[in-house]
Write a protein that binds this ligand. Structure first.
Ligand code: ATP
Ligand code: MG
Length: 690
């Protein structure tokens, strides 16, 4: 029996149903948090598959995070048979971009196995060109380039638009940076969307092919699209414009990445026949939470009037606690979660702790660990995505498969061994002409006059070094692994010693960062060796195994029963029964990290106002993640760079409307020592257990 009834769509209110059934043209669902926008998307996919004869591969649904994509996929799976859903693309904009570029690589001058640089890699390239160690300046240039890319401006346009000398310099670097990416056969994150959008725009054949393929497109969180994404959607759907976009202008939180909420308004002008559906019932939160959210967001000017109501009851009072320090904040929340889990007969995963800045996670993690409370973190970096882990894995990948150009690039340039951009560009061109991998090209380019001896030498040394390790690992000229292969563990140790990776870390980073990265490398090494011993794997098998694990970690894992720690940004679209919003202080939320650039004071004031509005939307996103209870905390003192800074509660607390809030100071918890707090926890646990 199918999990749903025969008539689709099910479990929808009249307005949601209208949005699902509408297939006469483009459709925009514009509605506040928790009103079922994402539900409309999943139900509409099910409707298209089950009732309208669409095939899985004709439907594409786009969203912003891997997690959101995964959740959406799971929701659809409960609505339709796996067979019907086959081929369905539910992905982030970025992974659709990867898929697109793999297929169309030749049209944009890439090999299908192009590599994807993360922002650390990209920053390193910029650093090389800018010849400065001023991190703030480097980031500013990177950010500017990113904004240009997202606005679909090429280096020429950027050059023309540059108004200040520093922008002109950034434009020059932009041109250079693109050339370097090309030489490396690499793209950055922005390119994953920009290149497909540009190619679709310029190449009619490609455009027609993709338009024939994408019969229906759905986009979640539309308010956070940037110019590139807007264009991509437009190009994929063409004049038939068979798409549904859902969004909430009050939840636009990516302006700093070039997203423009005007894209919502633009739809209404670009598509005359656009159907607009507004949802007003909130199915997520109790009334008190909703009222607080509405009160906060009403302080922002808004594009479209929206009102939300809920019939889930009034709910418990929202709590606001002032804490002495961030450590006390973290500890008392950990204790509270333990206690409430018993009192409410809830699970760990019913609790989420949300914060503005990633740095707040560390103290919170420590407190949870002390109490042995399981937790997961999102919005942070995965182990296998860390630069140092990828550095080491790049060597291993190259050793086992020397056609892996991205690995070659990473290994040959990390640590630096006197092989510069020009050398690599020449090698890259030579490899492209002869259709060779970079590694193979390195041996052949020596037969020509293409590189002067001084540039050739370090390449040859590197090539010989990799070959030596390949032989030790048991690989001769065939793919067969020789019986004389040395154990993987010994080879790994020698490899790290030979490239002097630890020294490289300490040479290029501050001591603490170097230390923590080296720790990670040792952890990886220990893990690899254990794996090699346990399963008797040779080095090549080991590398394949790692690739698999990496994929698994990034892929589908069951949600464990654990407290969720998340940045506000990463919590978008999700919901939790009990939410703790921490660090609700002036300076942190709203965040005041980046200083206004000095210059025109009127402009600075305007951008400050714009920033506060964006922070307010972030606050709105945070509040509306909560289903049943919401607890805000702020700290009177917060430690920053070994200094205690006195803090004030956020203006957003006032804006929530005090009548809905029960101010609570938690005096009992404040005055206790950590040990006393632990004792108190134990008492609570005992109470809960009986
Ligand atoms: P956000 O703006 O935060 O992304 P949203 O508008 O996408 O929110 P959903 O996540 O789709 O909202 O829905 C919020 C909650 O309400 C979900 O738990 C969903 O299952 C539930 N819900 C939505 N519509 C209905 C309905 N018609 N009947 C019952 N529950 C519903
Ligand atoms: Mg949603």
């Amino acid at each position: 029996v199918s999990p749903v009834g025969h008539t689709l769509p099910s479990n929808l209110n009249a307005v949601q149903r209208e949005a699902v059934l509408y297939l006469s043209g483009p459709c925009l669902v514009l509605a506040g948090a928790g009103s079922g926008k994402t539900r409309v998307i999943t139900q509409k996919m099910a409707y298209l598959l089950r009732e309208c004869g669409y095939m899985g591969r004709q439907i594409v649904a786009l969203t912003f995070t891997n997690k959101a994509a995964r959740e959406m996929g799971e929701r659809v799976k409960t609505l339709v048979d796996a067979k019907l859903a086959k081929g369905l693309i539910i992905s982030t904009f970025h992974s659709l971009g990867v898929r697109f570029l793999r297929e169309e690589a030749a049209h944009v001058g890439l090999k299908p196995q192009f590599s994807i640089l993360d922002s650390t890699d990209a920053l390193a390239i910029i650093q090389e060109m800018l010849a400065t160690t001023d991190k703030a300046r480097l980031r500013a240039v990177q950010q500017t380039i990113s904004l240009w890319k997202n606005a679909l401006m090429d280096p020429d346009a950027a050059d023309r638009a540059a108004a200040t000398p520093s922008e002109a310099e950034a434009a020059k670097i932009y041109r250079n940076y693109n050339a370097t990416l090309e030489a490396y056969q690499s793209v950055d994150f922005d390119d994953l969307i920009r290149l497909p959008a540009l190619l679709l725009q310029s190449n009619q054949a490609v455009r027609e092919r993709w338009q024939a393929r994408v019969q229906y497109l759905l986009v979640d969180e539309y308010q956070d699209t940037n110019e590139c994404q807007y264009r991509l959607v437009q190009m994929l759907t063409g004049s038939r414009a068979m798409f549904t976009a859902v969004g909430d202008d009050d939840q636009a939180i990516y302006a700093w990445r070039g997203a423009t909420v005007e894209n919502l308004a633009k739809l209404t002008t670009d598509y005359e026949n656009l159907k607009i559906v507004k949802l007003e019932q909130n199915y997520r939160s109790v009334q008190r939470i909703l009222s607080a959210a509405n009160a906060v967001i009403s302080k922002n000017p808004n594009l479209f009037g929206k009102k939300l109501w809920s019939d889930l009851g009034v709910g418990e009072p929202i709590q606001v606690s002032a804490m002495d320090t961030d450590e006390v904040e973290a500890e008392s929340i950990a204790i509270r979660i333990s206690a409430e889990r018993f009192e409410r007969k809830a699970q760990w995963k019913d609790f989420a702790v949300l914060y503005r800045s990633n740095q707040q996670a560390r103290v919170m993690e420590q407190a949870l660990r002390n109490l042995r409370i399981p937790y997961t973190i999102s919005g942070g970096q995965s182990f296998f995505d860390k630069a140092e882990i990828r550095d080491v894995l790049a060597y291993l990948r190259l050793i086992s498969n020397d056609d892996d150009d991205p690995a070659f690039i990473r290994a040959v340039t990390t640590p630096r061994r006197g092989i510069g951009q020009v050398t690599l560009q020449t090698l890259g061109q030579f490899a492209a002409e002869r259709q060779l991998s970079l590694f193979a090209a390195l041996f052949e380019i020596g037969q020509t006059e293409r590189l002067p001896a001084k540039q050739l030498e370090p390449l040859k040394v590197f090539g010989a070094f990799i070959q030596r390790i390949q032989e030790r690992a048991g690989r001769r000229h065939s793919q067969q692994v020789a019986a004389s292969a040395e154990p993987a563990g010994a080879i790994l140790d020698d490899l790290l010693g030979a490239i002097q990776y630890e020294r490289y870390l300490y040479d290029t980073l501050e001591e603490r960062a170097a230390q923590s990265r080296w720790q990670n490398v040792l952890e990886l090494l220990g893990w690899l060796k254990r794996k090699a011993d346990e399963d008797e794997l040779n080095l090549f098998e080991l590398v394949q195994h790692v690739a698999l694990v990496t994929m698994l970690e990034r892929g589908d894992d069951d949600e464990p029963d654990a407290v969720k720690l998340s940045t506000l940004h990463a919590s978008k679209g999700l919901e939790y029964p009990h939410v703790f919003l921490i660090g609700v202080e002036e300076g942190l939320l709203p965040h005041m990290g980046r200083d206004e650039e000095d210059g025109d004071p009127a402009k600075a004031a305007e951008s400050l106002a714009a920033r506060i509005q964006e922070e307010r939307r972030l606050m709105y996103v945070g509040i509306t993640r909560a289903q049943r209870t919401l607890h805000l905390t702020w700290c009177k003192k917060r430690r920053r760079a070994r200094e205690d800074i006195v803090r004030e509660p956020s203006r957003f607390i006032d804006e929530m409307g005090l009548s809905a809030i029960k101010m609570q100071e938690d005096p009992e918890l404040q005055s206790l020592s950590p040990k006393q707090r632990l004792g108190m926890l134990k008492a609570l646990l005992n109470k809960g257990a009986t």
